[in-house]
Design a protein around this ligand. Sequence first.
Ligand code: PNS
Length: 169
Amino acid sequence: MNSRALYPGSFDPLTFGHLDIIRRASRLFGTVIVTVAVNTKKSYLFSPEERIALIEACIKEEGLQEKVIVDQFTGLLVDHARRHRVNTLIRGIRQISDFEYEFRMALMNRKLEPSIDTVFLMPREEYTFISATLVREVAYWNGPVDQFVPPVIASALKQKQVLQNQINS
Ligand code: PNS
């Protein structure tokens, strides 16, 4: 299987839902490129380097390092897809409410680059309520995040919180 697909996202941080999508995509495509968005107008909890290192650690833990590459991009996603010579984008759909935005983005990307198609994958049902935003919120208030993210990410979130508390004290 030589097919390649690009899985873009903020991954701030990677959740069990994202990991489930990566697992599913790696069964459908020869290589999956997980690409971390770097938007200078947006503020992230984790730097691009941290997000990449955390994703790589999880990919290794899953034994998917032969099939999954992690990189970053800034600017238009279709330009990054062209750089990689990839025609397939992967996006996860958790609920119907995700669909409208994802549908518009998929059509915009296809308008910008007609050779590009988006494949939507659904995570396991028990992950459908998990979002990186909610995970950050729970972590911010020192809540348990172990059910939502892999252990390495849970420790990174705790560490961020400790640093943040030190800065604020
Ligand atoms: O995990 P997210 O935040 O839902 O990911 C959204 C992302 C980064 C994939 C999307 O915002 C994106 O592709 N941004 C880059 C700019 C772009 O090409 N946008 C789509 C066409 S308007």
